[in-house]
Design a protein around this ligand. Sequence first.
Ligand code: SAH
Length: 397
Amino acid sequence: MNQTIELKIKPNYVAEIAEGYPLILKDAAEPLDGLVEGSILKIVRPNGKYIATGYYGKQNKGIGWVLTRNPQQEIDQDFFKDKIKSAVKLRESFFDDDETTAFRVFNGEGDGIGGLTIDFFDGYYMLSFYSEGIYSFRKLIIYALKETVNYRGIYEKKRFDTNGQYLEQDDYVEGEKGQFPLIIKENGMNYAVDLNDGAMTGIFLDQRNVRLSLRENYSEGKTILNTFSYTGAFSVAAALGGAYETTSVDLAKRSLPKTIEQFSVNGIDYEQQQIKVMNVFDYFQYAVRHNMKFDVVILDPPSFARTKKMTFSTSKDYPKLIKDALAITAPKGIIIASTNNASFDMKKFKSFIDKGFKESNKRYKILEQHQLPEDFVTPEEYPEFNYLKVCIIQLMK
Ligand code: SAH
């Protein structure tokens, strides 16, 4: 049993938590040095009156998450089972859809347990634990999952070393061992995933609706530049949508074989596509020098990246990224601008886009905007947990 301790919230933070904010911020209480991760927190006002029950688990700017506002609720086997059951029920239409066999089953705070996500990949479940605290409930959580769903196998990711990074390990938990790559479907497209190959699986499920729109609305006959392309998931969608040619650019060496694989599992001849292992910013210069123009440019950088030569941060450098893209976008072309940086909202993101266009003396129209898809449930009143922001922008002339 995890121990319970009382956590007094500082006066300034009481209202927020009492009204429903799920995250216990670092500054909301006096430091809890020495407290064991996973301890149950009885969260009280300065006068000792009960507000909520949560758990202690350090994750980014938080020290834990609220789990319930009912003083009688125990954090036990039934608690986890109820939460997972409701989450599964909410995704019934996804489980019934043969054209999409990978999606998020449990999305942390949006489903009532911050620090835990569960993704479904064609019969396999992958749990991600974002703190040692939530990991201390691992047995209860896995048992609750097994009681709720039929599964082929279960995998897990521990995403909580001292820098909040993935911990290298064998991620197999139980059930059938997966044969990787496992081929999942997304709106009828194939994607190869590997649940036991480091922090990432090969596909970011939260971009599903963007990939679909790219395929359906912006690809036919077009030239597509996919920057920060990772395994080329956007390029595959574009190629299947009838793109004339896709160009994928990523500096990670592994992106080359991974992108070839994603094309191949869709029956696309990768030799008809361009795959460049290089720095995106060098590619921009190369493209300008060669007078290249693309009908569609996709920008999906990591929130923060450091190379030998430079650092890039979305919160500072996005306007510049837009300008770089504009220099090689064809007249009336499309820019798909994306970010998963949770530290700014859609309004701010649009101001970055606006700045990039203004400084290039170009006009634009935002045709579509996307945030997290339906399976990535977030707390309704707190848009900051809806970290994904994507704008599909048309350049006017
Ligand atoms: N758009 C991808 C996900 C991008 S993840 C998708 O939809 O699947 C971010 C990627 O950016 C990583 O693969 C990383 O290798 C790459 N990256 C980071 N900095 C880069 C740079 N300066 N040039 C090229 N790629 C970079």
